[in-house]
Design a protein around this ligand. Sequence first.
Ligand code: DAH
Length: 353
Amino acid sequence: MPESITQSIETLVHNALAELGEAHDSQTLDQWRVAYLGRRGRLTTILRGLSQLDLEERRAAGALGNKAKRSLEEHLDRRESEIRQVQLDRSAELDRLDVTLPGRPLSMGRLHPTTQVIREITSAFTAMGFSIVEGPEVEWDKYNFEMLNIPQGHPARDMWNTVWVDYQNESGERPMLLRTHTSPMQARVMEATKPPVRVIVPGKCYRYEATDATHEWHFYQVEGLAVDEGITFADLKGTLYEFARRLFGEERRVRFRCDYFPFVEPGVDMSIDCFACDGEGTSGCRICRDSGWIEIMGAGMVHPRVLAGVGYDTEKYTGFAFGLGPERIAMLKYGIDDIRLFYSNDLRFLRQF
Ligand code: DAH
């Protein structure tokens, strides 16, 4: 074998290994592989040149060439894994995870205070045999007013400043509105079912009104209705008394005073004795404004006209109804002084409950 071939293979291996030692990334490694071991690479070129030699020399040089090739491939593999290891070590160092650091707290959602109070109210009544129903927020004049003994032009309509929906029927009337109270569900439920009726209706209501600390243009109400044979005012008092004790404490006393609502007769408002000053009316009590009493709902015996309007036999059936505002109840229970907070989406407020 000519000395020059042995020489050039050895030089090539020497140079190749020196270059390999300088390679620090896979791209350089790849270039290196192409330069030395590729189909047009330097080693391949030398090996191709062997064809000019005679058989004996060719064999010896070929063996040497192949040995060099294997050696370069092995070095390449080794260098590749060294580089990979270095990269791994570096990224492990960079992304180091300190498992002893405190985790980021997950913030828990919770029920809106209004929802909480509505659930408290409704479960007080379901415990007494009432079932929960819901109704439409966009309502007809017929249910919101007429069937509740508040005909067109009745002055009592002024009690409910109404948001009307811009809708006109074939007769040119505009009978669609956003319900101003949950009372229309009294008529809807009775129209759809025969007595006995015992329902509780939580839901959203709307009024065309300026807002202030005690008024919102949208708010919730919870309506109640019980109709059966032989229901008397004593049932109304007993039921609502029990409710007041469940929500505001066993020791509560209640007071009923005459009030007017077109769909009940007699109509009343119910107050509880002030839980802040124990009904003393102590001077400076913010909750009852020194009266010792807090009004919490309107109620009454269902007006015979309302019963007749849904086709109930007024000789046979009587009933009582009531309506209350859960936001007001929540304000009283939790000492909240502005109803607008319920709709402000202010987490500082919402997180208190
Ligand atoms: N719907 C009345 C209102 O919004 C509240 C009310 C009063 C409901 C007396 C009743 C009731 O069922 O009997 O002002």
